[in-house]
Design a protein around this ligand. Structure first.
Ligand SMILES: [Zn+2]
Length: 360
């Protein structure tokens, strides 16, 4: 299972012929997207999303990971810095720091505060979701290099996951936005003192609760009641439905419009990391119909973003790439159905066995 990562490019013709600076670079990460999904779901896709990237761009198929572990933090840091954990320092999502004598989180920074559309004192008490920054990352990202070249360029990262937004955007980013456990968009005092007015206005009109209406269903395979999911779990549950990708792409479009990315003479940069694919993949498995439907719906979101960029900025002025931060193993029960050696590991059973053997 080497080919877990895909890397698709639409390169503007001008880059190849005139070496003209693009007005906008967009890096899209699909969290937990396996390479084989491109082919498995090909017939489910429209002509305007994934297929447009494959058909009109460069499709790099034989790419490999040169590090472990392939988690979200190291994945995003490796994609956007272009180097490996031994250099960029994001060696896992969490690790033990021998100097600090404590476990650290790849995007965690206790000195920062949550920036939200709420009372800051209240939010920092109930949530540490915004106490983040990229300070554990030791090298520069694409966005950092763009701003080193021209500081007037805008660099923004967005994701449902803090690490998906923060590690992609880099150290010098103008902003990074992610979703807290309640389903609201937040940031960190590392980037700003308050959310922009347009974001507060957008969020007020487009809350997670407004998306979570009706049923999530696919053919006759399953039907999940979104209203009761919202009632039981709160707005943060949107992350574990395809609507998590929808609310993210809607925000990405708002960022493109309100921050006027790609509209000036310098090169702007936007990273968009879709995380619902990962939450749903973990919950239902890569062979579930929930994953099939999630990718059909994500294809529509990708198409929305490509359409906006084509209409408003023009593909000749833009470089877009799409890739994944890691893959996922097939569900053991699915492998067992096909007689492929597999099984579930129980740490509790192992502890019991060790305890028993020590008594002998
Ligand atoms: Zn991931």
């Amino acid at each position: 299972m080497y080919k877990l990562i895909i890397f698709l490019l639409i390169l503007c013709v001008n880059i190849k012929t005139n070496a003209k600076e693009p007005k906008l670079v967009v890096g899209i990460v699909v969290d937990q997207m396996r390479y084989d999904y491109v082919d498995r779901f090909w017939n489910n896709f429209s002509n305007n999303g994934f297929k447009k990237l494959v058909n009109n761009g460069y499709f790099l198929k034989n790419t490999h990971f040169s590090y472990l572990p392939t988690y979200t933090g190291p994945g995003h840091a490796s994609i956007f810095t272009g180097t490996t954990p031994s250099n960029h320092g994001i060696i896992a999502n969490n690790w033990y720091d021998k100097n600090l004598k404590q476990s650290v989180y790849c995007a965690g920074n206790g000195e920062m505060h949550t920036i939200c559309n709420c009372s800051q004192e209240v939010e920092d008490v109930v949530s540490s979701d915004g106490k983040m920054s990229p300070h554990h990352m030791l090298t520069t990202t694409i966005g950092d290099e763009i701003q080193l070249f021209n500081p007037s360029s805008k660099v923004i990262g967005v994701s449902l996951k803090d690490r998906g937004a923060i590690l992609s955007a880099g150290h010098s980013a103008d902003a990074a936005y992610w979703m807290d456990k309640h389903g609201d968009w937040i940031s960190s005092s590392f980037y700003m003192n308050k959310l922009p007015d347009w974001l507060i206005e957008h969020q007020n009109k487009n809350s997670a609760a407004q998306y979570l209406v009706g049923k999530w269903k696919y053919k006759n395979s399953f039907s999940h009641n979104l209203d009761s999911l919202l009632m039981t779990n709160g707005g943060g549950i949107i992350k574990s439905t395809p609507l998590g990708n929808t609310i993210l792409s809607d925000l990405a479009l708002e960022i493109l419009k309100n921050e006027k990315l790609g509209q000036s003479k310098t090169t702007d940069f936007l990273s968009i990391s879709f995380s619902s694919t990962d939450y749903i993949g973990h919950q239902y498995g890569p062979h579930s119909d929930e994953i099939v439907d999630t990718y059909i719906k994500l294809d529509i979101e990708i198409a929305k973003i490509l359409d906006y960029i084509e209409q408003e900025i023009g593909f000749d002025n833009v470089v877009i790439f799409l890739t994944a931060d890691h893959g996922v193993v097939s569900e053991p029960h699915k492998l067992q159905e096909l007689n492929i050696p597999s099984g579930y590991y129980s740490s509790l059973e192992m502890k019991d066995e060790l305890a028993d053997s020590s008594k002998r």
